[in-house]
Design a binder for this molecule. Structure first.
Ligand code: DCP
Ligand code: MG
Length: 356
């Protein structure tokens, strides 16, 4: 049986702003968007939540719900700094850390030695140290798999610590409303409700074949999580050696400009994934599958890691020039980023000493 912790910071961007600007404390604060713009809310402070404001809501709507709210711009550099601070704390307990975003990560502490291997006490200490170092609160979920740990971290927010033990899992899942299942989006939740599945109990009552008929490949995942089974490993960024995104076209495409347009989007997606994992990549590979399934790749390794400022249009074009895209139709395009450098490794030793 594994021991998984999921850590998620509370009202992350908003909490950082309230920490750095005391005048925002105890007030409804909205990060991202402005009252009369078309932007959206990135997040809001807990004081703003009773008004019904939440992430991804149009800022104009948030303003109507709470005209007294303070709107501020996000400061991503600061959030990234804090994110690195919390990752460094986590790294003292395990190498198996899988960040999902700046404020969230899974930890597999199955073989950790602190507190005689008690995941609950380790989670408690991580929360305490995050508070000491960043003055921010985090919520932790502890269980024997990712699915349950992630749900648990949400249950006692803010500043929560919730444990779901193996013998509690089935009963817990039974009462869980279907939209709270991670991996069940709005559209799927809607579909499940239309099938009479309201909660975990409803899901438990469906056969595997039924679920596969309605939800295809995801059917097995739903069948398993309804029974508290989730064997997905925690994959640390250290263990990933490349990140790929690809797309197969409904209709084959032909010609450099159509191709370039697609590749730019794939590149942006891949770069986003790499950045989320706190990695930097130096090699860009383009994959092309022609209409007849013949597949080629072209790559280039740069001296500097790629980032949003990299003149990638020229780079992608250079790679395309050595292919037959102008004469052969293409059914699939992909971009892979590799040759990783890890952001965490670059932290000077003197700084890490702070945590010893
Ligand atoms: N975020 C965003 N856009 C979204 C969702 C989130 O920009 N649609 C950003 C802002 C959040 C951060 O990511 O502060 C973390 O997202 P969470 O979903 O964990 O939300 P919070 O940490 O803000 O609140 P909670 O306490 O509910 O976790
Ligand atoms: Mg959060």
């Amino acid at each position: 049986m594994r021991k998984i912790i999921h850590i998620d910071m509370d009202a992350f961007y908003a909490a950082v702003e309230q920490r750095d600007f005391p005048e925002y404390r105890n007030k409804p604060l909205i990060v991202g968007g402005s009252p009369f713009s078309r932007g959206v809310v990135a997040t809001c402070s807990y004081e703003a939540r009773p008004f019904g404001i939440h992430s991804a809501m149009p800022a104009s709507r948030a303003y109507r719900l709470c005209p007294d709210a303070i709107f501020v711009k996000p400061r991503f550099d600061v959030y990234r700094e804090v994110s690195l601070e919390i990752r460094r704390i986590m790294a003292d307990y395990t190498d198996l850390i899988e960040p999902l975003s700046l404020d969230e990560a899974y930890l597999d502490v199955s073989t950790s030695t602190q507190y005689a291997g008690s995941a609950t006490l380790i989670a408690k200490e991580i929360k305490t140290r995050i508070k000491q170092v960043t003055q921010l609160t985090a919520s932790a979920g502890v269980s024997y798999n990712k699915f349950l740990a992630k749900i648990a971290s949400d249950l006692d927010k803010p500043d929560g610590l919730h444990v779901i033990k193996p013998n509690q899992a089935i009963v817990f899942i039974k009462q869980l409303p279907i939209h709270k299942f991670h991996g069940v989006g709005n559209a799927t939740a809607q579909k499940m409700r239309s099938l009479g599945i309201q909660n975990g109990k409803g899901l438990q009552q469906r056969s595997l074949i039924e679920l596969q008929q309605h939800f295809g490949k995801s059917g097995l995942y739903y069948y398993n999580i309804a029974r508290g089974i989730d064997n997905r490993p925690v994959i640390s960024h250290r263990s990933s050696r490349s990140i790929s995104v690809e797309t197969t076209f409904a209709q084959d495409i032909i010609g450099a400009s159509a191709m370039l347009n697609e590749l730019q989007q794939l590149f942006a997606k891949a770069l986003n994934k790499v950045t989320t994992k706190e990695l930097k990549a130096r090699t860009v590979t383009v994959k092309i599958k022609y209409h007849d399934f013949v597949q080629i790749t072209r790559s280039r390794t740069l001296n500097q890691p790629v980032n949003a400022e990299t003149p990638h249009t020229g780079l992608l074009m250079d790679l395309l020039k050595t292919t037959e895209i102008d004469t052969r139709a293409v059914r699939l395009l992909g971009v892979t980023l590799s040759s990783f450098e890890e952001t965490l490794i670059q932290i000077p030793v003197a700084q890490t000493d702070l945590f010893n």
